[in-house]
Design a protein around this ligand. Structure first.
Ligand code: ARG
Length: 471
């Protein structure tokens, strides 16, 4: 934006002294709400067209307004528009410039309108665009994620609970867990969009207006699905902004969890992946370092957007109807939440494609935690042992394996039987076919139902996800 001019000037004939420069700066919002200039002009043009259609202003006024607005839009786009702190906000900056350009017709634009319904309209237009960008980016990220998941639909990875090795899963299955989260995120944003997409304009300051306006016409002009049905609510409602921030917080929380995993996996203790160098940075003192700064920042920025959600909830909780100036504070958190979400999704879609998977280390790690112990228990159950007895028999086998420093499939059949003698009926159930069950591949393939980690199921899940994305 160009320099903010602070030329002194009083507000109107109502006031006997000008506000101080400090108060001007304190109350002005043009520093940040100038981001809604395009939406403000679009809303004003729809309003003006309605006024002309209803014979509230003349067609000449309308064509003057259209001409003036088109010049202003060009000035803003080229960075030539002189934003004035003195004019407080984006709405008055544009209106005053319009009047300077076209005279009286500019002064007629605000007929039947207030900045209260104007600003609520602008934010909704702005947020609707932001949501559409976010939805497209979630789709792009999912596309990258599905590609990596497909490549690793059968790559074994230790699945953890309590961060202890639990059971083998495929890396593709693990990635598809995040695809489910992203799918819910997209559903949430699409749902918020429905409530964003209602028109407040026509509510004027709080009570509606005395002019014969046509709100349905304005709604159609601006592609709003509905008209807000209560003027007091329309100018004071910021639920949609709060809902949006809640959806951002949830989506960022998901990406923060993925970030935490990428950070762990990149640490040599895991050594499961490498991130492309363009997402990492070095250390100013330790020459050997390659740090996962981008995922760390995603984790950090999640805290920041959570703050925005709480800021907006707190902003609204004490406000009596209808509009209060407090509402001006809604924009910075909202803009920053949207910016953070958009940048994070953009980075992630790219970062996922640059992941180098170290499958051999994932497989090596699977040897550390008796990951197929549950498979052994399930084997005994299928041969007729009650599950609790099977659990106990395998616990004894794990203890023996641990003492001998080997993994379950490395134990000879006799040794496995011996450690189970105290559980009646267990040892005699064991036969040579147990070793097929105890392998990682056997374990994976046997979880073959919808939602399970069998490679066949992972591929089916990817196919379903692709079909949904294509819609
Ligand atoms: N800049 C104001 C905002 O962001 C516009 C509405 C001002 N309305 C008023 N009555 N002061 O909310």
């Amino acid at each position: 934006m160009s320099d903010i001019s602070t030329a002194n000037g009083t507000w109107s004939g109502r006031f006997s002294e000008p506000v101080s420069d400090l108060v001007k700066r304190y109350t002005a919002s043009v520093f940040f709400d100038c981001r809604m200039a395009v939406q403000d002009i679009r809303g004003s043009l729809a309003h003006a067209r309605m006024l002309a259609k209803q014979d509230i202003i003349s067609n000449q006024d309308l064509s003057d307004i259209e001409r003036g607005m088109s010049q202003i839009a060009g000035e803003i786009e080229r960075g030539e528009f002189a934003w004035r702190l003195d004019a407080e906000d984006v709405h008055m900056n544009i209106e005053q410039r319009l009047t300077a350009l076209i005279g009286d017709a500019g002064k007629r634009l605000h007929t039947g309108r207030s900045r209260n319904d104007q600003v609520a309209t602008d934010i909704r237009l702005w947020l609707r665009d932001a949501i559409d960008t976010i939805l497209a980016l979630i789709g792009e990220f999912q596309t990258s994620l599905l590609k990596l998941a497909e490549e690793h639909a059968a790559t074994p990875l230790p699945g953890h609970t309590h961060l202890q090795i639990a059971q083998p899963v495929t890396f593709g299955h693990h990635l598809m867990a995040y695809n489910e989260m992203l799918r819910r995120d997209a559903e949430r944003f699409a749902d918020v969009r429905r409530r964003v997409n209602r028109l407040p304009l026509g509510s004027a300051a709080l009570a509606g207006t005395t002019y014969p306006i046509d709100r349905e016409f304005v709604a159609r002009e601006l592609d709003f699905e509905e008209v807000c049905e209560n003027s007091l609510d329309a100018v004071s409602d910021r639920d949609f902004a709060i809902e949006f921030c809640a959806a951002v917080s949830l989506a960022m929380m998901h990406l923060s969890r993925l970030s935490e995993e990428l950070i762990l996996w990149m640490s040599p203790r895991f050594g499961f992946i490498d991130l492309a160098d363009r997402f990492t940075t070095g250390s100013s003192i330790m020459p050997q370092k390659k740090n996962p700064d981008v995922p760390e920042l995603v984790r950090g920025k999640t805290g920041r957007v959570n703050g925005h959600l709480i800021a907006l909830l707190t902003l609204m909780k004490g406000q009596p109807l209808a509009y209060n100036k407090d509402n001006q504070e809604d924009k910075e958190p909202l803009f920053d939440a949207a910016d953070t979400m958009i940048d994070t999704l953009r980075i992630y879609a790219d970062m996922i494609t640059g992941i180098r998977v170290k499958a051999e280390n994932m497989r090596e790690a699977l040897k550390l935690g008796f990951a197929t112990a549950t498979d052994l228990a399930d084997y005994l159950v299928k041969k007729g042992l009650p599950f609790r007895d099977a659990h106990e028999a395998v616990a004894l086998a794990v203890r023996a394996a641990e003492q001998q420093g080997c993994d379950l499939p490395d134990m000879p059949l006799e040794a496995l039987r011996n450690c189970m003698v105290h559980v009646s009926g267990a040892a005699e159930k064991l036969a040579d076919d147990i070793f097929g069950v105890l392998t990682v591949e056997g374990s994976l393939a046997s979880r073959n139902h919808i939602g399970g980690t069998a490679p066949e199921q992972v591929r089916a899940a990817i196919a379903r996800a692709r079909a949904r994305l294509a819609k």
